[in-house]
Ligand binder design. Structure first.
Ligand code: ATP
Ligand code: MG
Length: 318
């Protein structure tokens, strides 16, 4: 295990961004973190990287495990040159050994002027310098927040190739579904303070999500149909006289109080439009269970157990 986070909670004022979530990263895991805008992805990444402290929970990692973070809006030194910025947090010897590689990287990222002052760069150029700094770090865990935002198609392909060859653990936020599909082998969805993990690439994740939404919808339809029958039974003038009738009414109330499946706001994956166009994932229900066992869906089991008891319930006996 490279990194683990357990029982993490983060609040900003009255807003709970993360609520008692767990996250585990193993060697070779390449995790795409997705979620709607403002849901807390960047905050989660910073907490994982140890840059920001959570309100509750623990982050554990072996002290030998090196973590490299590319922030969504990386802090930069305006007076530094491009090359100085790349090596800002490294010892002199490291720079000497890795300068050639850094220059190669900067060239690939469209930054051939290593002596240019950071303060004179555009936002996109700055982010690319920060990306080079994150990649030159010999890290076991790479945490990247929207690394492709300011890359052209060629640079994106270069990064894709680089990340596919990377042997450590990767945690990455990106809205580029094409990039996700090609790079990650796990998807973690952040929604309403919870993390939902899928051991799947992006297209498999979409399939699983759709299946689960269908199951949740079917389960909800069943619940509504049982509620209708039971409501009619009660309206016929059932009195809670017998123990069985009381139990039946209690089951009705429990079923009535069950929450209908939540429908998420759409997660918009703004894929590089020149390559794939835009795709909006339809609102679906995320179910907190492992990807391999969709039957652990709570809504499904709850309704199924009611369905199993309802037909045998006592008829109305007043
Ligand atoms: N230090 C802070 N103090 C208070 N609120 C904050 C702080 N940092 C972020 N927020 C708020 O927390 C929420 C989550 O922010 P965050 O940047 O983590 O979301 P995100 O999912 O990365 O969004 P985006 O997709 O736009 O990058 C936002 O509403 C943001 O305004
Ligand atoms: Mg963000």
């Amino acid at each position: 295990m490279l990194l683990s986070a357990e029982h993490l909670s983060i609040n900003f004022g009255s807003r709970q961004l993360l609520e008692d979530v767990n996250f585990y990263l193993n060697e070779g895991d390449k995790v795409g973190v997705i979620g709607i805008n403002g849901t807390g992805k960047s905050t989660f990444l910073k907490v994982l990287a140890g840059k920001l402290e959570a309100d509750a929970g623990t982050i554990s990692r072996n002290p030998n495990v090196q973590v490299s973070l590319l922030e969504q809006n990386p802090p930069m030194e305006d007076d530094a040159t491009v090359l100085e910025q790349v090596f800002l947090h490294f010892p002199k010897e490291f720079r000497e050994l890795n300068e050639y590689e850094a220059k190669t990287m900067l060239n690939k990222l469209g930054l051939p002027d290593y002596e240019q002052r950071v303060g004179t760069l555009s936002g996109g150029q700055r982010k690319r310098v920060a990306l080079a700094a994150a990649l030159i770090h010999p890290a076991d865990v790479l945490i990247l927040d929207e690394p492709t935002n300011h890359l052209d198609a060629e640079m994106t392909m270069w990064l894709e190739d680089w990340l596919r060859r990377f042997k450590g653990g990767l945690v990455m936020v990106t809205h580029d579904r094409y990039f996700l599909e090609r790079v990650v082998n796990h998807i973690t969805e952040l929604s309403r303070g919870k993390l939902y993990h899928y051991e799947a690439n992006y297209s498999k994740y979409l399939e699983l999500r759709e299946q689960r939404a269908e199951m949740a919808e079917a389960s909800e339809r069943k619940r509504q149909s049982i509620l209708r029958v039971e409501r009619e039974w009660i309206m016929r003038g059932c009195k809670a006289r017998t123990t069985k009738s009381k139990e039946r009414i209690q089951r009705y109330e429990a079923l009535l109080n069950q929450e209908a499946p939540e429908t998420d706001e759409a997660v918009q994956m703004a894929a590089a439009s020149s390559r794939l166009g835009k795709k909006i994932i339809e609102p679906l229900t995320a179910v907190p269970s492992s990807a391999a066992s969709p039957t652990t869906c709570c809504a499904v089991t709850a309704s199924a157990s009611w369905a199993a008891t309802a037909p045998g319930s006592p008829p109305c006996s007043t």
